[in-house]
Design a protein around this ligand. Structure first.
Ligand SMILES: Cc1cc2nc3c(=O)[nH]c(=O)nc-3n(C[C@H](O)[C@H](O)[C@H](O)COP(=O)(O)OP(=O)(O)OC[C@H]3O[C@@H](n4cnc5c(N)ncnc54)[C@H](O)[C@@H]3O)c2cc1C
Ligand code: FES
Length: 378
């Protein structure tokens, strides 16, 4: 359920004031700049949120509790929102899966897993402190629980892929306690399992909740012998929830976990029950030696670069020295969208080939399969 911005009165008043001022020739950005002098959270067009708490969850995962202003429209469990930060003078935007803080309008938490060499996750961990203000965008996405809530739900998570799952769990616990929920959660070890304590507590206090924490790397068993890591397979599912193929399932985690889920649900003829959320775009696996000539028309100015098959078009263009318009680099914001007039590309999110007939494609999640003619739409 959306956390309604209870400061709706303030939100409406601020939005109305912005509307009136626009009639008087004051631009939305000028309005935001002015109210931001009083309070950055009052901005209507460029949303902002203040960090009000931060807490380490594991050695590499930190939760940031954020307070957004009245223009924030709330969120549904499982959705994501974009957080923007400036690093070395350059804006970077990444998606995070927030969970609502019950009873506190506009307040939500994101939990950020630090990625090796990760630019934004590293910056959030190292630089962002309580009191700082971050740029955010409205929550969106349809990786959300069905309405009405089904009698049973299966959640499968790997590593930081627990973040949308914990948001759903908290929502179910508050609003649909009788829904039977099973969570299978893979992590390298208990110490790496984000929200481990909270999940253990839920498992003992909520009778409808079944929790299966699973170590995903090899470890030694009680007899000191090496034990093979457990993976997502049919035996695990049958043991956890025999009727799994009939149950709405939400899976988020690393690519191998999601590939395994896709294959299992396909084999069971139950793909419609499986909902997947990927945190990282699959790497293109086309021919690294291919030399595809890419022509992009932007504001009537033609630009050209060469793209191999194993890079996204965005990266290939940047390597060639072009400043291509982009935002999230994750296929979410659509700021890198171009029209594909001719040639073929691979969409890395769906795995599908797209042949040029004027369709929109996103440079950050496509790779070239032939020479291309594109037109920038932003
Ligand atoms: C819908 C959605 C929701 C998301 N929700 C969350 C969330 O709640 N918590 C969270 O921590 N992250 C989440 N992410 C991932 C997040 O947006 C960033 O991708 C992540 O923080 C890494 O960004 P970075 O700038 O640190 O890494 P970059 O500098 O962009 O990349 C550094 C290196 O890490 C690799 N990498 C990037 N992301 C991942 C990943 N997720 N897994 C494995 N390798 C990766 C890259 O391939 C690269 O090699 C979500 C992503 C999406 C698309
Ligand atoms: S940069 Fe956001 S969709 Fe490509």
């Amino acid at each position: 359920m959306a956390i309604a911005s209870s400061s709706n009165l303030t939100a409406n008043a601020t939005a109305r004031l912005s509307g009136w001022l626009r009639h008087l020739g004051v631009s939305p950005m000028a309005f935001d700049d002015t109210v931001s002098l009083l309070n950055p959270l009052l901005a209507v067009h460029h949303l902002r949120a203040r960090v009000v708490a931060r807490q380490a969850e594991t050695p590499s995962a930190t939760t940031f509790v954020l307070q957004a202003g009245p223009a924030f429209a709330g969120l549904r469990a499982g959705q994501h929102l974009i957080v923007g930060v400036t690093i070395g003078g350059v804006r970077h935007r990444r998606a995070y899966s927030p969970r609502a803080i019950e009873g506190q309008p506009g307040r939500f938490a994101i939990t950020v897993q630090r990625q090796p060499e990760g630019l934004v996750s590293g910056h959030l961990h190292e630089q962002v402190r309580v009191g700082q203000v971050l740029d955010i965008e409205q929550a969106r996405g349809d990786f959300t629980l069905p309405s009405p809530t089904p009698p049973q739900v299966l959640l499968i998570a790997g590593g930081s892929g627990i973040t949308p799952g914990i948001a759903m769990l908290e929502q179910l616990q508050r609003q649909a306690r009788s829904t039977r929920v099973t969570l299978i959660y893979f992590a390298r070890s208990e110490a790496d399992r984000i929200f481990a304590e909270a999940l253990n507590r839920l498992a003992t206090s909520w009778p409808s909740f079944r929790y299966l924490p699973i170590d995903s790397v090899a470890h030694t068993n009680v007899a000191g012998a090496p034990a093979a890591p457990q993976v997502l397979d049919r035996a695990l599912l049958d043991g956890a929830l025999p009727q799994w193929a009939q149950v709405p399932t939400f899976c988020c985690g690393p690519a191998p976990l999601m590939d395994a889920a896709r294959t299992l649900w396909q084999a069971a003829g139950a793909s419609a029950q499986l909902h997947l959320e990927a945190f990282a775009v699959a790497r293109p696996n086309g021919d690294p030696l291919a030399r595809h000539a890419v022509h992009i028309l932007r504001e009537s100015v033609p630009r050209q670069f060469i793209a191999p098959g194993n890079e996204t078009l965005l990266v290939a263009g940047e390597v060639a020295g072009l400043a291509l318009k982009h935002g999230c680099r994750q296929g979410i914001c659509h700021e890198c969208t171009c029209r594909l007039h001719s040639g073929s590309v691979r969409d890395l999110q769906s795995g599908q080939r797209i042949d040029g007939e004027g369709q929109p494609i996103r440079l950050c999640v496509t790779s070239a399969m032939s020479d291309l003619h594109l037109e920038s739409l932003n």
